[in-house]
Write a protein that binds this ligand. Structure first.
Ligand code: DP6
Length: 332
């Protein structure tokens, strides 16, 4: 029996955003989303069953996890135990290579790695879609990090039972024509602590008059995005990603009270991206629940794009990512 398993997973950046849940307990998203998994900043997680232990222990980068992070991981282990029909507690040891303050959410790579490792350690046999559904219950965006390259996460059906809804919401790979894309990540100095994405999503859905129109237009964005990926049209992919992200941020700005993740430095970087486009470089921006800017461009243009955004946001780090692999088990 395995009893101990180690998995690695990478973060992903959504080009069509997930924002808003139709069911918070099951992590069912209001809309479909589509992302690129990165080839940088892996998370490696080992789950070891501890039959003698009375409780789970969670270690994050060599230190005991506390608070909300610990609570979410233990709740996730409970779910895996319930499904596997097992009771043993576990030791979870996670190494996350996202530089501190990079402002890249680690929940996607974190829960994708945890889902793969915990399923193996507890003897839960799941196919890729099953692992994606499971990872979703830790953090919605983790459902997409099960897969490499481009993945689409289906919102699923909401007209049936909770079981039917749960089964219908998972991610799967998206086939693309050759694109040779890069995402240049401009780390913009974060201001005061931001609203958590969970709280912000809920507030946006509950109070923003722009939310439903965005959700509706996001459907069209996804169809356009699939077509653009299918023909390997990077400028179209970028244009659609940028409008979808700006639309998502507009829904938040219209929430009551407003949720604003974009800072003055974010807008300065956005201006530099526009300047690149005026110079004929196809470069397009997307932003998540923070001030950092991810710029989609051709691999061949990535160094020039990195230089430009570095000059626009002095002091912040810049990272270049390509499409990365899906989550996988490591040999013990
Ligand atoms: C803005 O997956 O972190 O990055 O499901 O509540 O854990 P929870 O939220 P999370 O939200 C990600 C939101 C986003 C857009 C995206 O990745 O699609």
């Amino acid at each position: 029996l395995a009893h101990s398993a180690t998995a690695v997973a990478h973060p992903n950046i959504a080009l069509i955003k997930y924002w808003g849940k139709s069911d918070e307990r099951l992590f069912l998203p209001r809309t479909d989303s589509l992302s690129m998994t990165l080839d940088i900043f892996p998370t490696t997680t080992r789950v070891r069953l501890a039959p003698e232990a009375g409780q789970d222990t969670v270690t994050f980068n060599g230190r005991p996890a506390t608070g909300e992070a610990e609570r979410r991981i233990i709740a996730f282990l409970e779910l895996v135990r319930e499904r596997a029909g097992r009771a043993e507690r576990a030791d979870v040891d996670t190494e996350n290579t996202v530089p501190t303050g990079a402002g890249l959410a680690s929940s996607a790579s974190g829960f994708a790695a945890l889902a793969v490792a915990a399923a193996a350690a507890y003897g839960l046999e799941l196919d890729a879609a099953g692992l994606s559904r499971l990872a979703r219950r830790g953090s919605g965006s983790a459902s997409r990090s099960i897969f490499g390259d481009f993945a689409v996460w289906h919102a699923g059906r909401t007209d049936g039972t909770p079981e039917e809804a749960d089964l219908s919401s998972y991610a799967e790979p998206v086939r693309t024509a050759p694109l040779d894309p890069a995402l240049v990540i401009a780390v913009v100095n974060a201001g005061p602590k931001e609203v958590s994405s969970r709280t912000a999503m809920r507030r946006t859905m509950d109070t923003s008059p722009l939310f439903e129109p965005w959700a509706l237009s996001s459907k069209g964005d996804l169809a356009d995005m699939r077509a653009a990926l299918g023909r390997g049209d990077l400028p179209a992919v970028g244009e659609i990603a940028e409008r979808n992200a700006l639309g998502m941020h507009a829904t938040m700005l219209a929430a009551r009270p407003a949720v604003r993740y974009l800072s003055p430095a974010t807008l300065t970087v956005l201006d530099s991206v526009l300047a690149l486009r005026r110079d004929g470089v196809p470069a397009y921006a997307t932003m998540d629940a923070g001030p950092n800017v991810k710029v989609l461009c051709r691999r061949a243009d990535a160094d020039r794009v990195a230089e430009t955004v570095r000059a626009a946001a002095p002091g912040g780090a810049v990272h270049i990512a390509g499409p990365g692999p899906g989550a996988r088990l490591l040999a013990e």
